[in-house]
Ligand binder design. Structure first.
Ligand SMILES: [Zn+2]
Length: 136
C-alpha cells in the first residue's frame, strides 16, 4: 500500500482540549513510529512573520512500518492574534500522484507545499478517534 497523496485537517474544530499523540495506524491499526521534522513551509512562513509573534510547539512525523501510512502533526501559536494552531496532514492513497513522485518521500512534498493548510478540512471522526483525550 502506498500513500503518496495527502490531505490537511484542522484539529481545533473537533477537540476542546488539545489531545495526546496518536499511537495506532489509521489504515491497519499497527504501531506508529514518531520522529521530529522541520516545520512545514507554511508554519515556517508564519513563524518568520514578525507581526504574528509565533511560537513553534512541535512538528512530528508518524509512520506505520506495516503499511507505510503516515501523518504529520504540527502545533504552533500566533501570540499576536491569540491563535493556538494544531494541524494534521494525513497520507492518502493516490495512484495519480505516485507516477510523478520520483524519489521524494510524500511527507517531504507535503512539508514543502506552501499552501498546505489553506484548504484544511475539519478533522473527521474516524481520524480524531486516533488521538487520546487531552488533559489541559
Ligand atoms: Zn498501517
Amino acid at each position: 500500500m502506498n500513500f503518496p497523496g495527502y490531505q490537511a485537517f484542522s484539529m481545533r474544530s473537533y477537540f476542546s482540549k488539545q489531545p495526546g499523540q496518536p499511537a495506532r495506524c489509521l489504515h491497519c491499526g499497527g504501531p506508529l513510529s514518531v520522529s521530529p521534522v522541520e516545520p512545514s513551509a507554511w508554519v515556517q512562513d508564519e513563524l518568520d512573520d514578525p507581526f504574528l509573534i509565533g511560537t513553534h510547539n512541535f512538528s512530528l512525523l508518524f509512520r506505520c512500518k506495516a503499511c507505510q501510512w503516515w501523518c504529520i502533526r504540527e502545533s504552533w501559536d500566533l501570540n499576536e492574534i491569540g491563535l493556538d494552531l494544531d494541524c494534521l496532514i494525513v497520507g492518502v492513497p493516490s495512484p495519480a500522484a505516485s507516477a510523478a513522485q520520483g524519489s521524494e518521500q510524500p511527507w517531504q512534498k507535503a512539508l514543502a507545499d506552501p499552501s498546505i493548510y489553506r484548504n484544511s478540512e475539519d478533522i473527521p471522526e474516524t481520524i480524531a478517534a486516533l488521538f487520546p483525550p487531552g488533559k489541559s
